[in-house]
Design a protein around this ligand. Structure first.
Ligand SMILES: Cc1ncc(COP(=O)(O)O)c(C=O)c1O
Length: 350
């Protein structure tokens, strides 16, 4: 759900991609992104494109051909990271778990110790399953092995603390359309000084010209034309970030947890089971299991046709097994939970 004031910002007059006013907005966006990422990283910017462009920027700049890339694989987006790593010509190794489970500290340490990778990647909030991975054990183990860590924070940023510096994440990327409550179109990314040193030491040129971080830094720092970034999208993101600052990040995170707890309680009261065990759930992406005998597509169609509510179903190994219910940004309130549950009960016939 997009904030009303973000829609208003999107309607403001367009300036050019090298206009001094455009760079004023870019500077504010970069500073506010540092706040939501929880970092002081100088290299913090927004790539033109959706969340996948951030993923490709991270993999394309930091995973070199012939290098070893270790992926913690517990969902669909980990598979996408794997595919991108393979396309870079890296030797990709994976530690696999069923979708919905997370990795414990000893598992992370054993895997990294055994494989000795150059780069490690994990998905903080795996949208395909609803599991929230604790970044710290993975980052600690990776740093012990002198590897850098890429974290996918597409679903977490803005709704869940990411704490890039505290956790030791080297490269985190996200999107605008989830926890930041903006339309899709930009991909925030942040890069630690350690990872920046790796980039400087790269032996081969980055294959993706459009996503080459050195060129993007020349554009956003050096104000040198690289591509025609959308002023409109930057206005929207800037306003979305200001909205988060106005509410206060702690308050925003607590609001999401509060709404999530109410929703989970309502599911349990209805006899549903959550797919992810307590303590590892993404507050803004809830995944109750589809009750036996229920056709999830019919429930979703009923919600859309009769109430204008769109929820998602499971896919891959969770097809037909879970519902995926976003409760993000302005949507994460008590009254929206009540509104949703009334419609959901009706759709389930309970
Ligand atoms: C965890 C995760 N990573 C990456 C992506 C890809 O983002 P996009 O669809 O914005 O390209 C998504 C999209 O839902 C996601 O949930």
């Amino acid at each position: 759900m997009v904030e009303h004031r973000v829609y208003q910002a999107l309607a403001q007059p367009v300036v050019g991609h090298l206009d001094p006013y455009f760079f004023e907005v870019v500077c504010e966006v970069r500073e506010l992104l540092r706040n939501v990422f929880g970092t002081r990283n100088e290299i913090t910017l927004a790539v033109s494109g959706t969340g996948s462009s951030g993923m490709e920027t991270a993999v394309g700049n930091f995973v070199e051909p012939e290098s070893k890339f270790a992926v913690f694989a517990n969902g669909f987006f980990c598979d996408r990271l794997t595919e991108m790593g393979k396309r870079q010509g890296a030797n990709v190794v994976r530690l696999e778990k069923p979708w919905g489970e997370v990795f414990e500290a000893d598992e992370a340490a054993d895997f990294i110790d055994r494989e000795k990778p150059d780069v490690v990647a994990f998905v903080h909030a795996e949208t395909s399953a609803g599991a929230l991975q604790n970044p710290k054990p993975i980052c600690d183990a990776a740093h012990q092995a002198d590897a850098i860590v890429i974290a996918d924070t597409v679903t977490s940023l803005g709704a869940v603390p990411v704490n890039v510096d505290e956790n030791g994440i080297d490269v985190a990327y996200s999107c605008t359309q989830k926890g930041l409550s903006c339309p899709p179109g930009l991909s925030p990314i942040t890069v630690s000084p350690r990872a920046a040193d790796r980039l400087k030491a790269r032996k081969t040129p980055v294959r993706e010209w459009y996503l080459d971080l050195k060129l993007l830094i020349d554009y956003y720092d050096g104000r040198k034309y690289h591509h025609t970034a959308s002023a409109t999208m930057f206005y929207g993101l800037c306003e979305a970030l200001r909205t988060i600052m106005d509410e206060g990040m702690e308050q925003r995170f607590e609001r999401h947890v509060h709404a999530h707890k109410l929703l989970v309680k309502a599911f349990v009261d209805l006899g549903l089971t959550m797919h992810v065990r307590e303590g590892h759930r993404i507050p803004n992406l809830n995944t109750p299991r589809v009750p036996v005998g229920v056709d999830d597509a019919k429930v979703r169609k009923h919600l859309l046709d009769h109430h204008g509510i769109e929820i998602a179903g499971g896919f891959g190994q969770l097809a037909g097994k879970i519902f995926r219910i976003g409760l993000m940004g302005p949507l994460a309130t008590e009254s929206n939970v009540e509104f949703f549950m009334e419609a959901f009960r009706e759709a389930l016939g309970r």
